[in-house]
Design a protein around this ligand. Sequence first.
Ligand code: N01
Length: 489
Amino acid sequence: MTRVEVAIVGAGFAGIGVASALRRAGREDFVVLERAESVGGTWRDNTYPGIACDVPSHLYGFAAHPNPAWSGTYAKGAEIHAYLEHVVDVEGLRDRVLLRTPMRGAAWDAAHDVWRLTTPSGVITADVLVLACGRLTEPTIPRFAGLEQFPGPLFHSARWDHSADLAGARVGVVGTGASAVQIVPELARTAAHVTLFQRTPAWIVPRGGDAYSDADRARFAASPQALEALRADLYAEGEARFASRAGDSAAAADAEAVALAHLERQVADPALRAALTPDYAFGCKRVLLSDDFYPAVASEAVTLVPDALTEVDGSTLVASDGTRHEVDALVLATGFASTRQPYAELVTGEGGVTLAEHWSGGMTAFASTVVAGFPNLFVLNGPNASLGHSSSVLMIEEQAGYVTRVLDARGGRVLRVDPEAERTYTDEIARAAASTRWMTGGCRNWYVDERSGRLALLWPGTVDAFRERLARADGSEFLPAPAIEGIPA
Ligand code: N01
């Protein structure tokens, strides 16, 4: 049996971020459980053609690990995966990461005030449990009638089957989210034909960006100050973008005009343009950045079916308008189970209540990080910790800072979140979210819990506001330790 102070579950950006923060704060007694063969989370799992990050590379990394070697304004998926491997090495975390070690369950042992984690290689006992399991990890596969009988290659965008030869094949793609807009232009270049099923068009703005030259990279390497200044500029640009994504109608109208002009410039056919024009508020769904999606859709290589896929009949895909489309392969870019995280089923807190039960009306946590009924537990990237306007890594860094601060102040005490603090914080979020486009924009998005209608995934503010909110958490979110008979509390 392994005994540690802190067990972190997941070795993606969040797990690596919190492990680095612990180490930098002088904590050594921790392990990171990773179910897969390597670290990297999203950037290990998503290997589809065209994968890149649509957040600028110099903002999409840890502040403590600027990377002068990024290939361009937007990093490719494989580079980001390599970056995370590099951070694990330079932070000295390699021997702390237990690969191929899934958490099968974690239960609070109230008799001993510890978490007991079940893994295939035995039980790990930890004072503190950090869930850094990701929030877009579990592919959503819609239940299309006949899907199982589809005769050709069939896979989800996050489980790309590189053994499938799609060059020269007729490929069906379902979905028009951030993954699909990167995949479709690549497939349009290589496949015989692409048939794209669009249930809801996305708002798309120009991406721009350049490859960095060797001279750029040398300049970044020679001047850490230049890199820091670039990151600060990108941060400020991101924060300025918040208004257009949230509730400010003037800012949204400006951004919407940019998106419509982009569509008009890139798609000449009015009927196709109409089919690609969203009928819900700008910002309600994640705004996408792409310069090559519209040209691909407008090209001969792609047929846009402006309807949902509803049925699979052998190798024929049937859309909700009844049209039938023959394909050889099928790619499901249908997103992820965001509101019901599978890890929540595995974690049992006080009184035998699972995290999934506690979250039956949607995920909640005080400071987006600590949960009533789950002592000494932290969740990263879970309730209200995602962003629609800037880099998620910034949020992870803030949460990791909160974890180390709280642990430093803990002493030996068990941290029990005051349920009232969690409720008040949740109400605060609901008030801030109420007038935002995520709630009022007339779309379906992965940020809102379908059971309660609450904004459960997104932080409804700027990164600065999150930092300020966490700074205001002064420890009163935790219940005082109960008095022990004979010893004053
Ligand atoms: O998934 P999604 P994603 N017929 O849920 C459609 C991040 N990300 O993998 O909108 C037809 O956005 C569904 O339609 P609708 C980013 O945070 C980041 O693309 O529900 N379509 C939708 O169009 C992003 O938000 C990067 O009506 C069907 C699509 O499937 C998140 O990951 C890159 C359908 C799912 O879109 C998820 O993006 C990639 C059907 N029957 C991803 N069923 C970066 O660059 C579902 N759909 C940082």
